[in-house]
Design a binder for this molecule. Structure first.
Ligand SMILES: [Zn+2]
Length: 478
């Protein structure tokens, strides 16, 4: 029997607010342990939570950015469970009345067909403390760091619309781009500001059967999510084919073993409405105010890049997926650079070079003005593409203007026919075989001869001019 997977995702996103969700402690979980604490986020009995306006705004922007419908009325519940990372015994979360319902992200599946992945709802909750397991001598100990306790989170719960690991990975990449665009979170799986749980079940292909699902946690990259889902689909398929039952439980992805392993269950109790945090009521006017604050989303920006600048869909998509790259692109073409040239050099040369150096584009020494100056020399045929690549690398090392680097290193392109003429004569004299091949109609001989002239010029000749001159000369010879 052939099986298909049914996959749903639950994504926790840490909001980049200045403070925690219910107190004024700094939202900096990475500080020295237990410095960012107060009676509220140490969860002392009687301490009153005060809900952060910034957390509400950032959570709402995130929802609107994902086309979700903000609910006029939402509220916090006490989600009861007992575990050392939650000594008060319950987490403030929205179980019954979530902040938003609906929403979707459009992706392309493996066959490049468009597919809409629906979001069921998005709710807010406070993060729990962090447990640190260490050795004290030979004694294993567990420590609790409350810096993370009360940090504002949203949880995005999808519909079980995913059928393959690929679709889940594409969704997560698009989600990350969109949340970064609205500025609510950095969404880094590596540093834990985005955490993904996957619910996976299998059923005979083409049926609507509901099967027992298994939850997988602890993936810290998009790649790991794909690997964990693949592993789990194979594991469940093998179990069903061997006549075993799949039981509801939670597993952890072990990236070293490349396997999911069962984890110990936590006690989970009921969810009861919290009496201390007031109900959140959003007016229509306030929601529209938030919507007006939304920046241009990547999909809309990509369409604009196609119509406004004449880019291909592929170019527009790759530029607009990262707001920093999109902004840089517009700054460069604002300096008079042709959009296709700017797009090509930005995505194929500058962005890879910046990544290789582990820099950020916005703080790279290659500012839009310097990059534009380089591309301007290229468009004016003052340098050729090879020289442009070399000068670009030097822009990372030196404060000099591109023009100065070109002059100092002798990169200026030789387009002067008189200067190239003698080089071409030399090459033609030295390569009688290639000249004969060309006369016999072998087109690739011309490419070879252009290469020889290029080499003779120390890489500085203008290939367009060489081609013209060579063709004319060879025509004259024959
Ligand atoms: Zn606090």
């Amino acid at each position: 029997m052939e099986f298909e997977a049914v996959i749903g995702l639950e994504i926790h996103v840490e909001l980049n607010c200045a403070t925690k969700m219910f107190c004024d402690c700094p939202n900096r979980p990475g500080d020295e342990p237990n410095v960012n604490t107060c009676p509220t986020c140490l969860w002392f009995p009687g301490a009153m939570p005060r809900f952060s306006q910034e957390a509400l705004e950032k959570a709402c922007l995130l929802c609107l950015g994902l086309s979700a419908e903000l609910q006029p009325r939402s509220a916090f519940d006490q989600k009861v469970y007992y575990y050392p990372d939650l000594p008060k015994g319950y987490q403030l979360s929205q179980a019954h009345l979530p902040l938003s319902r609906g929403g979707a992200i459009d992706i392309a599946d493996e066959d490049a067909n468009p597919k809409r992945m629906r979001i069921h709802h998005i709710h807010m909750e406070e993060d729990v403390a962090r447990l640190v397991h260490e050795m004290e001598g030979r004694q294993p100990i567990s420590l609790v760091d409350f810096n993370r306790a009360g940090v504002p989170l949203v949880e995005i719960v999808t519909e079980p619309d995913f059928r393959t690991p690929y679709e889940a990975m594409e969704f997560l990449k698009a989600l990350r781009t969109q949340v970064r665009s609205v500025g609510s979170s950095e969404c880094s799986m590596e540093s834990g500001t985005m955490r993904v749980d996957a619910n996976i079940s299998i059923r005979p292909r083409g049926t609507a059967q509901m099967s027992t699902k298994v939850e997988v946690k602890n993936m810290n990259s998009v790649r790991h999510v794909g690997d964990a889902i693949t592993y789990e689909i194979n594991r469940q398929t093998a179990a069903v084919e061997a006549g075993e039952a799949v039981v509801l439980h939670t597993r952890l992805w072990d990236p070293d073993k490349k396997a999911t392993l069962p984890m110990r269950a936590k006690f989970e109790g009921p969810c009861v409405p919290d009496p201390a945090v007031p109900v959140i009521e959003l007016s229509h006017e306030w929601i529209e105010e938030m919507r007006a604050r939304l920046p241009e989303m990547p999909g809309v920006r990509a369409e604009r890049f196609v119509t406004q600048y004449g880019l291909t869909g592929e170019e527009a998509k790759s530029l607009s997926s990262d707001p920093a790259i999109a902004g840089y692109f517009e700054a460069v073409i604002g300096q008079g650079i042709a959009p296709r040239t700017g797009a090509h050099w930005l995505t194929t040369a500058l962005v890879p070079a910046v990544r290789e150096r582990r820099q950020e584009l916005s703080s790279s020494p290659v500012t839009p003005a310097r990059f534009a100056a380089l591309l301007r020399m290229l468009s004016h045929d003052e340098i050729n593409a090879n020289a442009a690549r070399e000068v670009l690398m030097q822009l990372f090392e030196s404060d000099e203007a591109p023009e100065a680097i070109v002059s100092a290193c002798g990169f200026r392109q030789v387009s002067d026919a008189a200067a190239l003429d003698s080089l071409i004569d030399e090459v033609l004299g030295a390569q009688p075989a290639a000249v004969a091949d060309f006369r016999d109609g072998q087109g690739k001989a011309l490419g070879f001869l252009i290469g020889q002239v290029m080499q003779a010029s120390g890489g500085r000749a203008n290939p367009k001019v060489i081609r013209e001159l060579l063709s004319r000369k060879l025509g004259a010879i024959s």
